[in-house]
Design a protein around this ligand. Structure first.
Ligand SMILES: [Zn+2]
Length: 259
């Protein structure tokens, strides 16, 4: 939401959205110092929840240095050292979106540091998987790394941006899977519903990617509409877009919904 206008909050409330969960991500440019991340974490945990609250929309956030900026090991480790002091903020859900971008050795090292940080502080984990041709290999590397730490419970980790060829390996390993809706480069509502029809209910949910590119804050309500068009009854739709994420997120004591 830090990349979106306030009108998007209004549109989401009007479309029936009941909460926003915002991962720490790329700022549209590479930040040059830990101070930039300190200010960003303040924005995610202080200013942004207040902006959303004006529309009665609860706002939650995840914290990390995202993989796109994690190739500078010195900067990344300085940013990681800032995170524990923000974990006590009331809207923080856990560590994310961590993961891999180009599957480099440095990205893997920082991913490992994030996983250790999450385990040390008993935090939920949200994982970004790479795009296009790197996705299958990157997802494989991420699952292997997570399984190598015996403190990590897969039921407390969501692997995001799954596609047809990675969904099964994520679910079979006991993790949650996120299907990300985005006008280009990720998933359309119709394709997401096709994937849901293949995978069935369970540890699966939909989310929309809203960032600096052309993106759609109403992508989840549009996927719900697509399900209605296909004849799904309301409880099935509600389960995919509300109850499943609620089941996962309430594993964080900070996640509370008044509905
Ligand atoms: Zn991502």
């Amino acid at each position: 939401m830090v990349s979106r206008v306030t009108d998007d909050y209004l549109a989401m409330v009007m479309a029936g959205c009941v909460a926003v969960c915002e991962p720490a991500f790329w700022a549209g440019f590479d930040r040059s110092s830990p101070q930039g991340f300190h200010d960003y974490f303040c924005q995610l945990t202080d200013y942004e929840p207040r902006r959303a609250a004006r529309y009665h929309l609860p706002h939650f956030s995840w914290l990390c240095i995202n993989p796109k900026e994690a190739d500078d090991l010195i900067l990344a480790r300085e940013v990681l050292a800032l995170i524990p002091s923000f974990l006590t903020r009331p809207n923080v859900l856990g560590i994310g979106e961590i993961g891999l971008n180009r599957n480099t050795r440095n990205e893997l090292a920082i991913l490992e540091d994030h996983v250790r940080l999450a385990a040390d502080h008993n935090q939920l984990i949200l994982v970004h998987t790479p795009h296009l041709e790197d996705k299958w290999k990157g997802t494989r590397l991420i699952l292997d790394l997570l399984r190598a730490d015996p403190r990590i419970n897969p039921a407390r980790v969501i692997i995001d941006h799954v596609e047809e060829h990675t969904l099964r390996m994520v679910l079979d390993a006991g993790f949650w899977a996120g299907i990300t809706l985005y006008p280009d480069s990720k998933c359309t509502p119709a394709r997401a519903v096709d994937m849901f029809e293949t995978a069935g209910t369970g540890r699966l949910w939909l989310n929309s990617a809203c960032d600096w590119g052309q993106s759609d804050p109403l992508a989840v309500p549009k996927a719900a509409l697509e399900m209605r068009r296909r004849g799904y009854p309301d409880p099935v739709i509600r389960n995919l877009i509300l109850e499943a994420p609620r089941q996962f997120l309430t594993q964080s004591p900070n996640f509370k919904l008044n509905i």
